[in-house]
Design a protein around this ligand. Structure first.
Ligand SMILES: Nc1nc2c(c(=O)[nH]1)N[C@H]1C(S)=C(S)[C@@H](COP(=O)(O)OP(=O)(O)OC[C@H]3O[C@@H](n4cnc5c(=O)[nH]c(N)nc54)[C@H](O)[C@@H]3O)O[C@H]1N2
Ligand SMILES: Nc1nc2c(c(=O)[nH]1)N[C@H]1C(S)=C(S)[C@@H](COP(=O)(O)OP(=O)(O)OC[C@H]3O[C@@H](n4cnc5c(=O)[nH]c(N)nc54)[C@H](O)[C@@H]3O)O[C@H]1N2
Ligand code: SF4
Ligand SMILES: [Mo]
Length: 716
């Protein structure tokens, strides 16, 4: 029979909730099979896990994981197994060659928000010190970057939640805009339930009646891409109905007059016309929110992944500031960060414009500090590079990156206008991918480096609350697999840097502490020992005796004058609106059983069985018009491309909108359709709205025939 042994305290490999879990082992015969166990003491999830977390051990022993490096001898040829020495020599030689022929900035690095702090830090250092390139960015640009820039503008600092998640339960009213935690962070729902049990109200803003929206006291269903118009309409009503907290606005904010002027010119009736949300519902929302003693606005990707995401978040923050709901217990604006280390991954230097500790790479004092820690001359540090989509879009082009080291992302599935990005990746002189599995992107690489998994290496992650936690190694990686830190050390050595790239995570963390010291995201006082003893430590934590900072802004905001800044932002339309050729809105997002590009979760049999493939969600009215029934194939076409997937008919979606999850590559890839229009401040692409045409596949074939007929007729 099987027995289960004690286990190691660790955290889930997936989302930013970083649920605490214990990894034990079942002994079945002579084999030890890793198994996920509950860890009820960890405060954030208190033992609860979603299906992804519960099945997370499966990939550790999966036959589909990589256990040897792969190389391709010629373009178009097959990948074959290689020794580590051969693979690493090929990578180091190739990177050096491109740098020599095309300049250092022709070598690029693309990281991920799932990497530990130690990896993100060392990857940034590797790019700046070993490669000397400005061109490093990461997939977090596609995630919470708009909230990050709005947070910095308003509050002077970017920490997703300025309070522990449990504070949600103590708020009087919470507006959840563009977030679907019922699918994306199920254990977090507990706090929203407790909020309502305590008499607080929940308002959900989402074009779809999601499982989250079903639990709300009020559901507002804007047209995709119109949250900014909605937030302006709500601020107009707050002002018109005298809900402004004048004392708070005077004492703790700046810029109210300009924001007021914009909102007063934006009548609720105009907001209704743009958003489709009736004025009486807006009024109800304002009464609930402004009338509550405390309140929060929490946004996620639905509000943020737009070419105006920064302004939209700014408009939501305005609502908090005008009603005095910020900088006090139970109140504030927060962004629900997404990836496992979505918070820490954006603090320690894998961003194009950034150095560790959330420092700006353009700031001479920041450069001097970090250069000292790194033992280099500040003048040798490159300046800011291209943001993620711009970096990917110029791959293989004149003046663009020609050799790319990619670690922790699968852009062939997850980048906007993905077919174009796949073509760009193919045009590189050298593509190197470090991954656990042969993802769609790894499959295009010249060299694939098999990387260790979460439970096989130790490292810190910073969850959506700003709580730095420790993932402890529970077992050794299989033969043939190395950690990303080992890979960076080996590559650095081959490129002439024997020192400064330790493979021991705790040693890297020690250096990260020093590099971050004095920065905004100050980790100087955080140690592995403290994290173990304290269930995580909240940054900033500047020294060993500092308790950490669960709640920010209680006395002052982190701006130079201590005041939070209103944003004076008028509405503007989405980059692409429906028209006669593409008459519907497409929005995209997630389902509970899969994670991101699906590279990991599609290889977990239980998850693949529960959610086997992509689909197109559409309203019964639209289905009727198109003459399609549940399960029939639909072709969705945008100006970028086409995707085919079965229909899922549901009245939870607006009749003018279709929804696709983005977890699959191939014919049903949602990102064949999406629009890479970028937010000018954050570089965020417009994943959440573009214009499409939808047809039953049979109808589409007939139409194509007719078009061919027309063309032939015209040619005759
Ligand atoms: N199961 C699962 N969980 C995950 C992930 C995953 O891939 N799978 N990924 C993690 C990561 S990295 C992230 S970033 C988070 C994302 O977490 P969420 O932001 O909660 O997830 P999404 O499904 O992308 O988007 C949320 C909602 O936005 C709505 N929406 C679309 N357009 C608009 C709009 O214009 N306005 C408004 N207000 N809403 C709109 C969609 O209908 C959707 O229900 O999830 C994390 N957790
Ligand atoms: N249409 C549409 N597209 C979207 C979104 C959307 O809402 N709609 N959301 C966007 C968002 S918010 C995000 S965060 C991105 C995410 O999209 P991706 O960046 O593609 O994220 P993942 O699928 O998590 O990719 C991580 C890859 O790294 C591997 N990996 C995991 N851990 C490690 C590690 O420690 N080391 C190494 N070397 N590899 C590792 C995994 O196997 C996987 O192949 O997608 C974006 N794309
Ligand atoms: S909610 Fe996120 S962290 Fe928690 S078990 Fe699920 S995927 Fe893992
Ligand atoms: Mo994300």
């Amino acid at each position: 029979m099987t027995t289960t042994s004690g286990g190691t305290d660790t955290h889930c490999p997936y989302c930013s909730l970083q649920c605490g879990m214990r990894l034990g082992a079942h002994t079945a015969g002579t084999a030890d099979i890793p198994v996920v166990l509950e860890r009820p003491e960890f405060p954030v999830n208190r033992g609860a896990l979603c299906g992804k977390g519960r099945t997370a051990a499966s990939l550790l022993t999966s036959a589909s994981r990589l256990t040897a490096p792969l190389v391709r001898d010629r373009r178009g040829g097959p990948l074959r197994e290689a020794t580590w020495d051969e693979a690493l020599d090929r990578v180091a030689g190739g990177l050096a060659d491109v740098a020599e022929r095309f300049g250092r900035d022709a070598v690029g690095v693309f990281g991920g928000g799932g990497l530990t702090n130690e990896k993100a830090y060392l990857l940034g250092k590797f790019a700046r010190v070993v490669l000397g390139t400005a061109n490093i960015d990461y997939n977090g640009r596609f995630c919470m970057s708009s909230a990050a820039s709005a947070n910095r503008a308003a509050f002077g600092i970017d920490r997703g939640l300025p309070f522990p998640l449990a504070d949600v339960a103590r708020a009087g009213c919470v507006i959840l805009a563009g977030a679907n935690p019922a699918e994306t962070m199920p254990p977090a729902l507990r706090y929203f339930r407790e909020l309502r049990e305590n008499g607080g109200r929940l308002i959900v803003v989402d074009p779809r009646r999601t499982r989250t929206a079903e639990q709300a006291d009020l559901h507002l269903r804007p047209v995709p891409g119109t949250d900014l118009a909605l937030a302006l309409g709500l601020l107009h009503l707050v002002i018109a109905e005298k809900h402004v907290d004048e004392a708070f606005v005077t004492a703790r904010t700046s810029g109210f007059e300009e924001a007021r002027a914009v909102a007063m010119a934006h009548w609720p009736e105009r907001a209704e016309r743009l958003t489709g949300v009736p004025v009486p519902l807006m009024r109800q929302a304002v009464e609930m929110f402004a009338g509550a003693p405390t309140g929060m606005v929490l946004t996620a990707r639905g509000s943020e992944q737009h070419s105006k995401g920064t302004d939209t978040v700014g408009a939501w923050i305005n609502l908090c500031l005008a009603t005095g709901k910020a900088g006090r217990p139970g109140s504030g604006y927060g962004c629900l960060t997404g990836q496992g280390n979505g918070q820490g991954g954006r603090e320690h230097g894998q961003k194009a414009d950034q150095l560790p500790g959330y420092r700006s790479i353009a700031d001479p004092a920041a450069r001097a500090h970090v250069a000292r820690v790194w033992g280099v001359d500040p003048a040798t540090l490159p300046g800011p590079g291209r943001s993620a989509y711009e970096l990917l879009d110029t791959l293989g082009q004149d003046g663009g990156v020609r050799a790319l080291l990619l670690m922790g992302s699968n852009p062939v599935v997850s980048a906007p206008r993905a077919a174009h990005i796949a073509r760009r990746l193919r045009s590189l002189d050298l593509l190197v991918v470090s991954d656990l599995v042969l993802s769609e992107t790894a499959a295009l690489a010249d060299v694939v480096l098999p990387s260790a998994q979460w439970a096989e290496e130790t490292g810190t992650m910073t969850n959506l609350e700003g709580r730095v936690i420790l993932r402890q190694a529970a077992l050794a990686p299989p033969e043939g697999v190395r950690t990303d830190l080992q890979v960076l050390r080996e590559l650095a050595a081959r490129l002439g840097r024997d020192k400064g790239f330790p493979a021991d995570p705790e040693e890297v963390f020690g250096e990260l502490r020093r590099a971050s010291a004095g920065g905004q995201a100050d980790y100087a006082g955080i140690s592995y020992r403290r994290i173990r003893a304290e269930d995580g430590v909240f940054w900033p934590c500047p020294d060993d005796d500092h308790p950490g900072t669960p709640r920010l802004f209680l006395d002052r905001f982190a701006t130079p004058d201590g005041r939070a800044r209103f944003a004076a932002v008028p509405h503007r339309p989405a980059a692409e609106e429906p028209d006669a050729d593409f008459p519907l809105y497409l929005t995209t997002g997630r389902v509970v059983g899969h994670y991101q590009s699906g590279a990991q979760t599609r290889r977990v049999p239980e998850l693949a069985a529960a959610a086997p493939g992509p689909f197109v969600e559409l309203h019964p009215h639209l289905a009727g018009r198109l003459g399609v029934a549940e399960g029939e194939l639909l072709a969705v076409t945008s100006r970028r491309g086409r995707a085919v997937a079965p229909a899922r008919v549901t009245d939870t979606i607006r009749p003018d909108t279709v929804f696709m999850p983005f977890h699959w590559g191939g014919a049903g890839r949602a990102n064949s359709l999406t629009n890479p229009a970028l937010d000018p401040t954050s570089g965020m692409p417009e994943f959440k709205v573009c214009a499409v045409r939808v047809e039953a596949v049979r109808a589409e074939a007939l139409r194509a025939e007719a078009v061919r007929g027309e063309v032939e007729k015209a040619a005759r």
